[in-house]
Design a binder for this molecule. Structure first.
Ligand code: ADP
Ligand code: ZN
Length: 244
């Protein structure tokens, strides 16, 4: 036994291509990108990485990073790029090699997108797909004013048409709370304007790279999930380690 053996053809060939995906889900505040990324990540066995959740976690745990970012988040301003990029880089580097992930809320500036490209290139890695969930601006304020999030697991409640919520999270039993930045119309307006201003260059960037897919985000949670799965199924037909 030298330990080296040919794999039987019938078993080996397909597996070579089966791999984890590295995805970005973009969309304005209230578009459902958090809900969709979380569901999708669970479904395909990828890590859900939300920069907003990571920042809120730092705030709640009162870390030194938490202290630095609190002011920005409360006002609906973006956290400065150097802080955000460093945090994301740490997070990605902590993942096992080749582990799939879904980025939610990153990148939010063209500079973040370009830094991320450089990070991937340096690690001989690449993005598989960017999904942008489109929802008209006039629906977003309403969704944000209604939504609650679980303080423990960040699950989102009540922002969708027909969505309802209770006092406690059905996923983990955590307390449902109103986000500070979802409580004030002015802050909401500021966040939406920021998204409109900053997202176009990012969308252009990924469009140029041929990896952008836009999805209509006005339907129910299930309808949007189905639309995203359809894009994944047709883009990666036969190369996935999961079935849609
Ligand atoms: P939403 O999409 O509803 O605004 P997020 O949880 O994605 O919610 O983000 C909440 C806040 O966290 C943002 O308003 C911003 O202050 C901060 N934040 C999250 N991601 C980024 C990022 N990539 N760059 C800068 N700031 C960010
Ligand atoms: Zn929860």
């Amino acid at each position: 036994e030298d330990g080296i053996r040919d794999q039987p053809r019938s078993r080996g060939l397909g597996d070579v291509y089966k791999r984890q995906l590295q995805l970005i889900v973009m969309g304005p505040p209230g578009s459902g990108k958090g809900t969709q990324s979380l569901a999708l990540a669970t479904d395909i066995g990828a890590m859900h990485i939300s920069t907003g959740d990571l920042f809120r976690h730092h705030e709640r745990s009162a870390t030194s990073l938490g202290d630095q970012i609190q002011g920005f988040m409360k006002k609906g301003d973006l956290v400065p790029d150097h802080i955000t990029i460093a945090m994301l880089k740490d997070k990605i580097e902590s993942l096992p090699d080749g582990k799939g992930y879904i980025l939610d809320g990153f990148p939010r500036t063209l500079n973040q997108a370009i830094s991320f490209d450089e990070m991937l290139t340096a690690g001989s890695s690449k993005l598989d797909l960017v999904i942008c969930i489109d929802v008209p601006e006039r629906q977003l304020e309403h969704r944000l004013l209604r939504r609650m999030i679980c303080a423990e697991c960040s699950l989102v409640y009540g922002s969708h048409v027909g969505g309802e919520y209770d006092e406690y999270c059905k996923n983990c039993g955590g307390e449902l709370q109103k986000r500070v930045d979802d409580s004030d119309k002015e802050v909401i307006g500021h966040r939406l304007k920021k998204y409109l201003d900053l997202s176009l260059p990012i969308i252009d960037h990924y469009q140029t790279h041929g990896i952008l897919h836009r999805i209509d985000g006005t339907g129910s949670v299930t309808e949007v999930t189905t639309a995203i799965k359809r894009v994944l199924a047709s883009t990666f037909k036969g190369t996935l380690s999961f079935n849609y």
